[in-house]
Design a binder for this molecule. Sequence first.
Ligand code: 3MF
Ligand code: MG
Length: 349
Amino acid sequence: MAKINGEYRFSFGPWNIHEGEDPFGPVVRRPVALSRKLKLYKGLGFDGVQFHDDDAVPDLDSKSHEQVMKEARALKKRLDSEGLTAEFVAPRLWFARETIDGAYTSNDPKCRRYAIDRSKTSIDIANVLGTNRIVLWLAREGSYIRETKNPREEVLQIVEALNAMLDYDPNVRILIEPKPNEPVDSAIIPSIGHAIGLSYLTCDPARVGGLVESAHSILAGFDPSDDMAYALAHDKLWSVHLNDQSGLKFDEDKSFGSADLRRAFNQVRVLEEYSYGRNGEWVGLDVKAMRTQKQAGNTKHLANSRKTFLMLLDKVATLDRDLEAALIKARDYEELDRYILCHLMGEKY
Ligand code: 3MF
Ligand code: MG
Protein backbone atom coordinates (compact mmCIF):
# COMPACT_ATOMS: atom_id res chain seq x y z
CA MET A 1 0.00 0.00 0.00
CA ALA A 2 1.24 3.51 -0.83
CA LYS A 3 2.14 5.98 1.91
CA ILE A 4 -0.68 7.48 3.95
CA ASN A 5 -0.23 11.10 5.13
CA GLY A 6 -3.02 11.59 7.64
CA GLU A 7 -3.40 10.19 11.11
CA TYR A 8 -6.76 8.61 11.41
CA ARG A 9 -8.52 8.01 14.69
CA PHE A 10 -12.23 7.38 14.58
CA SER A 11 -15.05 8.58 16.79
CA PHE A 12 -18.82 8.41 17.02
CA GLY A 13 -21.52 9.42 19.48
CA PRO A 14 -23.63 7.06 21.59
CA TRP A 15 -26.72 8.25 19.66
CA ASN A 16 -25.35 6.37 16.65
CA ILE A 17 -26.36 3.12 18.33
CA HIS A 18 -30.06 3.73 18.56
CA GLU A 19 -33.40 2.01 18.73
CA GLY A 20 -34.63 2.82 15.25
CA GLU A 21 -37.57 5.10 15.94
CA ASP A 22 -38.52 7.62 13.25
CA PRO A 23 -41.26 10.27 13.07
CA PHE A 24 -43.64 7.58 11.77
CA GLY A 25 -42.95 4.63 13.98
CA PRO A 26 -41.73 3.59 17.41
CA VAL A 27 -38.52 1.93 18.55
CA VAL A 28 -37.74 -1.44 16.97
CA ARG A 29 -34.63 -2.38 18.95
CA ARG A 30 -33.84 -2.58 22.64
CA PRO A 31 -31.95 0.34 24.17
CA VAL A 32 -28.30 -0.22 24.99
CA ALA A 33 -26.99 1.44 28.15
CA LEU A 34 -24.13 3.91 27.75
CA SER A 35 -21.79 1.69 29.79
CA ARG A 36 -22.48 -1.19 27.36
CA LYS A 37 -22.03 1.07 24.35
CA LEU A 38 -18.64 2.20 25.62
CA LYS A 39 -17.53 -1.41 25.73
CA LEU A 40 -18.30 -1.76 22.02
CA TYR A 41 -16.13 1.10 20.73
CA LYS A 42 -12.72 -0.58 20.59
CA GLY A 43 -14.02 -3.72 18.95
CA LEU A 44 -15.58 -1.63 16.21
CA GLY A 45 -12.27 0.20 15.62
CA PHE A 46 -13.10 3.45 17.44
CA ASP A 47 -11.15 5.29 20.15
CA GLY A 48 -13.11 8.53 20.42
CA VAL A 49 -16.50 9.29 21.91
CA GLN A 50 -18.62 12.29 20.94
CA PHE A 51 -21.07 13.41 23.59
CA HIS A 52 -24.13 15.53 23.90
CA ASP A 53 -24.01 17.15 27.33
CA ASP A 54 -26.89 14.96 28.49
CA ASP A 55 -25.38 11.79 27.01
CA ALA A 56 -22.58 12.47 29.47
CA VAL A 57 -24.86 13.50 32.37
CA PRO A 58 -28.50 12.49 31.82
CA ASP A 59 -31.24 14.91 32.95
CA LEU A 60 -28.64 17.51 33.76
CA ASP A 61 -31.18 20.35 34.04
CA SER A 62 -32.67 18.73 37.13
CA LYS A 63 -29.30 18.31 38.88
CA SER A 64 -27.12 20.65 40.91
CA HIS A 65 -23.86 21.78 39.34
CA GLU A 66 -21.99 19.77 41.94
CA GLN A 67 -23.92 16.63 41.02
CA VAL A 68 -23.33 17.22 37.29
CA MET A 69 -19.58 17.51 37.90
CA LYS A 70 -19.59 14.39 40.07
CA GLU A 71 -21.29 12.36 37.34
CA ALA A 72 -18.95 13.78 34.71
CA ARG A 73 -15.97 12.68 36.82
CA ALA A 74 -17.42 9.17 37.13
CA LEU A 75 -17.85 9.05 33.33
CA LYS A 76 -14.24 10.18 32.82
CA LYS A 77 -13.11 7.22 34.95
CA ARG A 78 -15.19 4.86 32.83
CA LEU A 79 -13.71 6.31 29.63
CA ASP A 80 -10.20 5.89 31.03
CA SER A 81 -10.84 2.31 32.00
CA GLU A 82 -12.07 1.53 28.46
CA GLY A 83 -9.07 3.36 26.96
CA LEU A 84 -11.39 5.87 25.26
CA THR A 85 -11.05 9.62 24.68
CA ALA A 86 -13.86 12.18 24.65
CA GLU A 87 -13.72 14.10 21.37
CA PHE A 88 -16.25 16.82 22.15
CA VAL A 89 -19.31 17.80 24.12
CA ALA A 90 -22.31 19.32 22.31
CA PRO A 91 -24.98 21.13 24.33
CA ARG A 92 -28.35 19.66 23.36
CA LEU A 93 -30.01 22.99 22.72
CA TRP A 94 -33.07 21.68 20.90
CA PHE A 95 -34.87 19.50 23.42
CA ALA A 96 -35.82 21.55 26.47
CA ARG A 97 -38.99 23.63 26.78
CA GLU A 98 -36.73 26.68 26.97
CA THR A 99 -35.47 26.07 23.42
CA ILE A 100 -38.83 25.64 21.68
CA ASP A 101 -38.42 29.03 19.98
CA GLY A 102 -34.67 28.67 19.45
CA ALA A 103 -31.78 28.69 21.90
CA TYR A 104 -29.39 31.64 21.50
CA THR A 105 -31.96 33.29 19.21
CA SER A 106 -35.16 32.72 21.17
CA ASN A 107 -37.42 35.76 21.33
CA ASP A 108 -37.52 35.31 25.11
CA PRO A 109 -34.42 36.71 26.88
CA LYS A 110 -34.83 34.19 29.74
CA CYS A 111 -34.60 31.36 27.24
CA ARG A 112 -31.51 32.87 25.62
CA ARG A 113 -29.96 33.04 29.08
CA TYR A 114 -30.83 29.36 29.64
CA ALA A 115 -29.06 28.43 26.39
CA ILE A 116 -25.89 30.30 27.34
CA ASP A 117 -25.87 28.86 30.87
CA ARG A 118 -26.35 25.36 29.51
CA SER A 119 -23.49 25.92 27.05
CA LYS A 120 -21.25 26.90 29.96
CA THR A 121 -22.23 23.71 31.76
CA SER A 122 -21.22 21.80 28.63
CA ILE A 123 -17.81 23.47 28.79
CA ASP A 124 -17.48 22.38 32.43
CA ILE A 125 -18.39 18.80 31.48
CA ALA A 126 -15.95 18.87 28.56
CA ASN A 127 -13.14 19.98 30.85
CA VAL A 128 -13.83 17.12 33.23
CA LEU A 129 -13.88 14.67 30.30
CA GLY A 130 -10.51 16.00 29.13
CA THR A 131 -11.51 17.83 25.94
CA ASN A 132 -11.69 21.53 25.14
CA ARG A 133 -13.97 20.99 22.15
CA ILE A 134 -17.57 22.12 22.10
CA VAL A 135 -19.68 21.32 19.04
CA LEU A 136 -22.64 23.55 18.29
CA TRP A 137 -25.25 22.13 16.00
CA LEU A 138 -27.48 25.23 15.88
CA ALA A 139 -30.59 23.13 15.47
CA ARG A 140 -33.29 25.69 16.20
CA GLU A 141 -31.48 28.91 15.29
CA GLY A 142 -33.34 30.12 12.25
CA SER A 143 -37.04 30.22 11.62
CA TYR A 144 -40.14 28.28 10.77
CA ILE A 145 -41.81 31.51 9.65
CA ARG A 146 -39.38 34.23 8.60
CA GLU A 147 -41.30 37.16 10.10
CA THR A 148 -40.97 35.76 13.64
CA LYS A 149 -37.32 36.75 13.92
CA ASN A 150 -35.03 39.55 12.84
CA PRO A 151 -32.34 37.62 10.93
CA ARG A 152 -29.59 40.21 11.44
CA GLU A 153 -30.35 40.25 15.14
CA GLU A 154 -30.18 36.43 15.21
CA VAL A 155 -26.64 36.47 13.81
CA LEU A 156 -25.57 38.96 16.46
CA GLN A 157 -27.27 36.97 19.23
CA ILE A 158 -25.28 33.90 18.21
CA VAL A 159 -22.08 35.97 18.24
CA GLU A 160 -22.98 37.15 21.74
CA ALA A 161 -23.41 33.54 22.86
CA LEU A 162 -20.11 32.51 21.27
CA ASN A 163 -18.35 35.41 22.97
CA ALA A 164 -19.84 34.42 26.32
CA MET A 165 -18.44 30.91 25.87
CA LEU A 166 -15.03 32.15 24.69
CA ASP A 167 -14.85 34.49 27.71
CA TYR A 168 -15.96 31.77 30.10
CA ASP A 169 -13.03 29.51 29.26
CA PRO A 170 -9.81 30.75 27.65
CA ASN A 171 -9.02 27.26 26.33
CA VAL A 172 -12.35 26.34 24.80
CA ARG A 173 -12.56 25.63 21.05
CA ILE A 174 -15.97 25.97 19.44
CA LEU A 175 -16.83 23.87 16.39
CA ILE A 176 -19.94 24.97 14.54
CA GLU A 177 -21.76 22.14 12.74
CA PRO A 178 -23.91 23.80 10.08
CA LYS A 179 -27.08 22.30 8.63
CA PRO A 180 -29.37 24.16 6.22
CA ASN A 181 -32.75 23.02 7.58
CA GLU A 182 -34.50 20.44 9.80
CA PRO A 183 -35.85 20.99 12.34
CA VAL A 184 -36.12 24.64 11.28
CA ASP A 185 -37.36 25.57 7.84
CA SER A 186 -34.44 27.88 7.29
CA ALA A 187 -31.27 27.85 9.40
CA ILE A 188 -29.52 31.14 10.03
CA ILE A 189 -26.06 29.49 9.79
CA PRO A 190 -26.78 27.01 6.99
CA SER A 191 -23.30 26.32 5.60
CA ILE A 192 -19.66 26.08 6.60
CA GLY A 193 -19.08 29.39 4.81
CA HIS A 194 -21.59 31.04 7.11
CA ALA A 195 -20.03 29.35 10.14
CA ILE A 196 -16.53 30.54 9.26
CA GLY A 197 -17.79 34.03 8.47
CA LEU A 198 -19.42 34.04 11.89
CA SER A 199 -16.15 33.10 13.56
CA TYR A 200 -14.63 36.40 12.40
CA LEU A 201 -17.35 38.36 14.18
CA THR A 202 -16.39 36.87 17.54
CA CYS A 203 -13.88 38.19 20.07
CA ASP A 204 -11.43 35.36 19.30
CA PRO A 205 -11.81 33.93 15.76
CA ALA A 206 -8.82 31.61 16.26
CA ARG A 207 -10.91 29.56 18.71
CA VAL A 208 -13.98 29.17 16.50
CA GLY A 209 -13.94 26.60 13.71
CA GLY A 210 -16.19 24.07 12.08
CA LEU A 211 -17.36 20.51 11.78
CA VAL A 212 -18.55 19.50 8.31
CA GLU A 213 -21.16 16.75 8.11
CA SER A 214 -21.42 15.13 4.67
CA ALA A 215 -25.23 14.85 4.73
CA HIS A 216 -25.67 18.45 5.85
CA SER A 217 -23.56 19.69 2.92
CA ILE A 218 -25.54 17.55 0.52
CA LEU A 219 -28.83 18.85 1.95
CA ALA A 220 -27.54 22.36 1.23
CA GLY A 221 -26.81 21.34 -2.36
CA PHE A 222 -23.04 21.38 -1.89
CA ASP A 223 -20.31 18.82 -2.38
CA PRO A 224 -19.05 17.80 1.07
CA SER A 225 -15.44 17.54 -0.13
CA ASP A 226 -15.62 21.15 -1.33
CA ASP A 227 -17.04 22.22 2.03
CA MET A 228 -14.23 20.38 3.81
CA ALA A 229 -11.67 21.99 1.49
CA TYR A 230 -13.13 25.42 2.20
CA ALA A 231 -12.76 24.91 5.94
CA LEU A 232 -9.28 23.45 5.48
CA ALA A 233 -8.23 26.55 3.53
CA HIS A 234 -9.07 28.52 6.68
CA ASP A 235 -7.41 25.91 8.95
CA LYS A 236 -10.84 25.55 10.50
CA LEU A 237 -11.82 21.97 9.76
CA TRP A 238 -11.63 20.67 13.31
CA SER A 239 -13.91 17.68 12.91
CA VAL A 240 -16.12 15.88 10.41
CA HIS A 241 -19.30 13.87 10.54
CA LEU A 242 -18.93 11.44 7.70
CA ASN A 243 -22.10 9.81 6.43
CA ASP A 244 -24.13 9.84 3.24
CA GLN A 245 -27.38 11.19 1.89
CA SER A 246 -29.38 10.32 -1.19
CA GLY A 247 -30.58 13.64 -2.56
CA LEU A 248 -32.70 16.33 -0.96
CA LYS A 249 -34.79 14.33 1.47
CA PHE A 250 -34.98 14.10 5.23
CA ASP A 251 -31.62 13.84 7.01
CA GLU A 252 -30.80 10.20 6.25
CA ASP A 253 -27.42 9.72 7.99
CA LYS A 254 -26.66 6.74 5.75
CA SER A 255 -23.43 4.78 6.10
CA PHE A 256 -20.44 6.57 4.62
CA GLY A 257 -20.23 5.98 0.86
CA SER A 258 -23.60 4.24 0.72
CA ALA A 259 -25.26 6.65 -1.72
CA ASP A 260 -22.32 8.00 -3.71
CA LEU A 261 -18.98 6.25 -3.49
CA ARG A 262 -17.21 8.78 -5.67
CA ARG A 263 -18.36 11.64 -3.47
CA ALA A 264 -17.04 9.69 -0.46
CA PHE A 265 -13.72 9.10 -2.26
CA ASN A 266 -13.30 12.83 -2.78
CA GLN A 267 -13.94 13.51 0.91
CA VAL A 268 -11.27 11.00 1.95
CA ARG A 269 -8.97 12.49 -0.66
CA VAL A 270 -9.31 16.06 0.57
CA LEU A 271 -8.63 14.95 4.15
CA GLU A 272 -5.65 12.81 3.17
CA GLU A 273 -4.08 15.50 1.00
CA TYR A 274 -4.15 17.90 3.93
CA SER A 275 -2.78 15.22 6.31
CA TYR A 276 -5.96 15.57 8.35
CA GLY A 277 -5.55 14.41 11.91
CA ARG A 278 -2.01 15.71 12.36
CA ASN A 279 -3.36 18.38 14.72
CA GLY A 280 -5.37 15.83 16.66
CA GLU A 281 -8.58 16.07 14.61
CA TRP A 282 -10.80 13.00 14.68
CA VAL A 283 -12.59 11.26 11.85
CA GLY A 284 -16.09 11.38 13.27
CA LEU A 285 -19.02 9.43 11.93
CA ASP A 286 -22.67 10.39 12.33
CA VAL A 287 -24.51 7.41 10.88
CA LYS A 288 -27.81 5.73 11.65
CA ALA A 289 -28.53 2.04 11.39
CA MET A 290 -31.47 1.31 9.12
CA ARG A 291 -34.74 0.76 10.96
CA THR A 292 -34.85 -2.72 9.43
CA GLN A 293 -31.70 -3.84 11.25
CA LYS A 294 -32.17 -6.45 13.96
CA GLN A 295 -30.73 -6.02 17.44
CA ALA A 296 -27.62 -8.08 16.74
CA GLY A 297 -26.74 -5.97 13.70
CA ASN A 298 -27.16 -2.57 15.33
CA THR A 299 -23.50 -1.50 15.00
CA LYS A 300 -22.67 -2.73 11.50
CA HIS A 301 -23.21 0.74 10.00
CA LEU A 302 -20.38 2.04 12.19
CA ALA A 303 -17.84 -0.68 11.45
CA ASN A 304 -18.81 -0.62 7.76
CA SER A 305 -18.45 3.15 7.44
CA ARG A 306 -15.00 3.00 8.98
CA LYS A 307 -13.97 0.15 6.68
CA THR A 308 -15.25 2.07 3.66
CA PHE A 309 -13.16 5.05 4.75
CA LEU A 310 -10.04 2.88 4.96
CA MET A 311 -10.72 1.21 1.61
CA LEU A 312 -11.17 4.61 -0.01
CA LEU A 313 -7.97 5.76 1.67
CA ASP A 314 -6.24 2.97 -0.20
CA LYS A 315 -7.86 4.21 -3.42
CA VAL A 316 -6.50 7.70 -2.72
CA ALA A 317 -3.05 6.35 -1.99
CA THR A 318 -2.90 4.23 -5.15
CA LEU A 319 -4.29 6.84 -7.52
CA ASP A 320 -1.91 7.31 -10.44
CA ARG A 321 -1.04 10.98 -9.92
CA ASP A 322 1.19 11.17 -13.02
CA LEU A 323 -1.59 9.90 -15.21
CA GLU A 324 -4.03 12.30 -13.57
CA ALA A 325 -1.65 15.23 -14.10
CA ALA A 326 -1.09 14.27 -17.75
CA LEU A 327 -4.82 14.08 -18.41
CA ILE A 328 -5.36 17.44 -16.72
CA LYS A 329 -2.50 18.92 -18.79
CA ALA A 330 -4.05 17.58 -21.98
CA ARG A 331 -7.44 18.91 -20.77
CA ASP A 332 -8.88 15.48 -21.46
CA TYR A 333 -11.34 15.47 -18.59
CA GLU A 334 -13.51 12.80 -20.23
CA GLU A 335 -10.56 10.44 -20.03
CA LEU A 336 -9.82 11.49 -16.45
CA ASP A 337 -13.45 10.75 -15.56
CA ARG A 338 -13.03 7.29 -17.12
CA TYR A 339 -9.80 6.66 -15.24
CA ILE A 340 -11.34 7.64 -11.88
CA LEU A 341 -14.31 5.31 -12.46
CA CYS A 342 -12.04 2.42 -13.46
CA HIS A 343 -9.86 3.07 -10.42
CA LEU A 344 -12.83 3.12 -8.05
CA MET A 345 -14.27 -0.05 -9.57
CA GLY A 346 -10.91 -1.79 -9.42
CA GLU A 347 -11.00 -2.31 -13.19
CA LYS A 348 -7.91 -2.23 -15.36
CA TYR A 349 -7.71 1.16 -17.07
C1 3MF B 1 -28.19 16.58 13.36
C2 3MF B 1 -26.88 16.04 13.71
C3 3MF B 1 -26.62 15.86 15.17
C4 3MF B 1 -25.32 16.46 15.59
C5 3MF B 1 -25.06 16.21 17.03
C6 3MF B 1 -23.78 16.79 17.52
C7 3MF B 1 -27.75 13.96 16.03
O1 3MF B 1 -28.45 16.53 12.02
O2 3MF B 1 -26.08 15.76 12.87
O3 3MF B 1 -26.61 14.47 15.45
O4 3MF B 1 -24.28 15.95 14.85
O5 3MF B 1 -26.12 16.75 17.74
O6 3MF B 1 -23.69 18.13 17.24
MG1 MG C 1 -23.94 15.45 12.85
